[in-house]
Design a protein around this ligand. Structure first.
Ligand code: FDP
Length: 340
């Protein structure tokens, strides 16, 4: 990208303009999705500002509560959750919400209801807050199954039923990556304008990558195919170069790098956590949706991630996602194990 030319660019594709353009391709659309998205964008801007101020405003540190996963909640998690819940409810376009921070799903009161169901992790990667490493918000959007009373069934749908998914990364810049089911686009927040500008149009993940990303500290508990795959990354037997290891420990940042540079991100099952660590609804599904839309793949160790049908809202699943060819290799190792 030519940054000098960028400074003088006068025809800016903001996220609002982009979404309205998309909407105009569907003449029957009443603009509900665009309104919902504008509320999500507002939440992202608010959290971005709070994250940037955290060190100064002493927002970091424990809030004295634990979330439903038994983890200590940080003040920023509490704040981000409140902001997103309020933004989503006040959009008037949602009917049921599932947040990583709330044990139960939130059923929106009838007067404020719309047809969309939103699953989200308001601030993912919270163990990285205190040291200023990139963190993010992840979200997925479904349509209510039928027009009746919203229920858990509306969010316990396979990931392939999602209408849209995205994440916002709060890092050296604030980047929102979005797919509404026809490709993936990335927008960067211009702080001087307060607007997300299209900076990464039509993102495609490289077909094969040179990076693998995993918490190797769990290696002693991995299953055979995961151990074999990581061994192959380090000691390839086909004459190719060894892959580089990159692991931030913040899913949004690790997936963002994987999307742009290629390679694989894995959080596999292990003996201690047979279902892995990451949550199906608001981590595995949205990231898998984006990965597939960018030409990559996502696999659970058993099936295509987006085919999984969750039974509980905070369910976890192993995940292997990234470049098409790299995930293909992992699938082959699991298939070989099944046949022995
Ligand atoms: P965190 O615990 O910091 O909130 O699911 C949350 C998550 O971060 C992901 O963002 C990240 O990919 C993963 O956990 C990191 O887990 P490990 O510390 O076990 O590697």
């Amino acid at each position: 990208m030519d940054h000098a030319a960028d400074a003088f660019r006068t025809d800016l594709m903001t996220i609002t303009r982009f979404v309205l353009n998309e909407q105009s391709k569907h003449p029957e659309s009443r603009g509900d999705f665009s309104i919902l998205l504008s509320h999500i964008v507002l939440g992202c801007k608010f959290v971005c500002a709070a994250v940037n101020k955290a060190g100064l405003a002493k927002l970091i540190g424990l809030a004295g509560e634990t979330n439903v996963q038994g983890e200590e909640q940080k003040k920023l998690d509490v704040l981000s959750n409140e902001v997103f819940v309020k933004a989503l409810v006040s959009s008037g376009r949602t009917c049921i919400l599932v947040s990583e921070e709330d044990e139960d799903a939130i059923i929106v009161e009838p007067s404020k209801r719309g047809k969309y169901c939103v699953v989200f992790d308001p601030l993912d990667g919270s163990s990285n807050i205190d040291c200023g490493v990139s963190i993010g918000t992840i979200f997925g959007i479904y349509m209510i199954k039928d027009g009746g009373e919203p229920s858990l069934e509306d969010v316990l749908q396979p990931g392939k039923n999602m209408l849209a998914a995205g994440y916002c990364m709060y890092g050296s810049s604030c980047t929102l990556v979005l797919s509404t089911g026809s490709g993936v686009n990335g927008f960067t927040l211009d702080p001087s304008l307060g607007e997300f500008i299209l900076t990464h149009p039509d993102i495609k993940i490289p077909k094969k990558g040179k990076i693998y990303s995993v918490n190797e500290g769990n290696a002693k508990n991995w299953d055979g195919p995961t151990a074999k795959y990581v061994e192959k990354c380090k000691f390839p037997t086909d004459g190719s170069s060894a892959k580089s290891l990159r692991y931030i420990g913040s899913m949004v940042a690790d997936v963002h790098r994987t999307l742009l540079y290629g390679g694989v991100f894995l959080y596999p099952a292990d003996k201690k956590s047979p279902n892995g660590k990451l949550r199906v609804l608001y981590e595995v599904f949205p990231m898998s949706f984006l990965m597939e839309q960018a030409g990559g793949q996502s696999f659970t160790g058993k099936e295509r991630s987006l085919d999984l049908v969750p039974k509980k809202i905070h369910e976890r699943s192993p995940i292997f996602l990234g470049s098409y060819d790299d995930v293909e290799e992992i699938k082959a190792l699991y298939a070989a194990e099944e046949n022995t």
